[in-house]
Design a protein around this ligand. Structure first.
Ligand SMILES: [Zn+2]
Length: 232
């Protein structure tokens, strides 16, 4: 015969299990990359792209400046070699050298701007890396805490499971089915205490005959809310 007190204890265990399982779902959801970490990583990626873009531009300009410098020295060599004597031709070469030098000056000024942009981007990259390191450090601590809590919850749930199994050996299968059904239908509360002659679930007075039945140790349910009554 099932003791009401055993069902009451079972309900305690089940409520505790429910609470811990719910927390486990929350912990599992919080494990993994956080939004803050994802954002910090993405902004580092974005600023890294900026740095790469300016580096490529700088490299292209440097090559172009180098090309011009080569061209200028070739033209100047021709100019001063003494091989060309025609004044018109010499004048043309002189004009070309001047044009090339002006172009080189423009490019060098562009290059300076690009180098400044690159430095700015690199500074931003340093800041973004620092921010990511900070976010990751606190995330790592949080993850360790969550992993610890997860382990604790699983241990406690295993313990509850064992206690539950031990208790079930003393509970009749039919009564267990009644209990499970009531818990589903009655807001997880299937077993209530009889207090001062009234049902602890719905507050309605219990008839003397039911109270007598309960005193006899029989499994008794409230005639109003149908919950299992126990005297503790
Ligand atoms: Zn009741």
């Amino acid at each position: 015969m099932t003791e009401g007190a055993d069902l009451y204890r079972l309900q305690d265990l089940d409520s505790e299990g429910d609470k811990r399982r719910q927390r486990l779902v929350e912990v599992d959801a919080a494990l993994g990359e956080s939004e803050a970490l994802r954002q910090a990583r993405q902004s580092l990626e974005r600023v890294g792209e900026r740095v790469r873009k300016w580096m490529a531009k700088q490299r292209a300009l440097e090559l172009e400046v180098q090309d011009l410098a080569d061209k200028i020295s070739r033209e100047e060599e021709r100019l001063y070699s003494g091989a060309i004597r025609n004044p018109k031709e010499l004048e043309d070469i002189q004009a070309e050298v001047s044009a090339l030098k002006r172009r080189r000056q423009e490019l060098e000024s562009d290059l300076l701007e690009v180098m400044i942009e690159r430095e700015d981007a690199e500074a931003a990259q340093g800041d973004a890396q620092k921010r990511l390191d900070e976010v990751r450090a606190s995330w790592t601590v949080g993850q360790a805490d969550l992993m610890g809590e997860r382990e604790e919850l699983q241990g406690k749930l295993a313990e509850i499971g064992q206690m539950r199994a031990g208790l079930l050996s003393r509970i009749d299968a039919g009564d267990l089915a009644i209990y499970e059904g009531l818990r589903r239908r009655k807001g997880r509360v299937a077993v209530v205490e009889l207090r001062d002659g009234t049902c602890g679930g719905c507050g309605v007075a219990v008839s003397p005959s039911l109270e007598w039945q309960l005193r006899q140790g029989q499994l008794t349910t409230c005639s109003n809310c149908e919950r299992i009554l126990v005297r503790l």
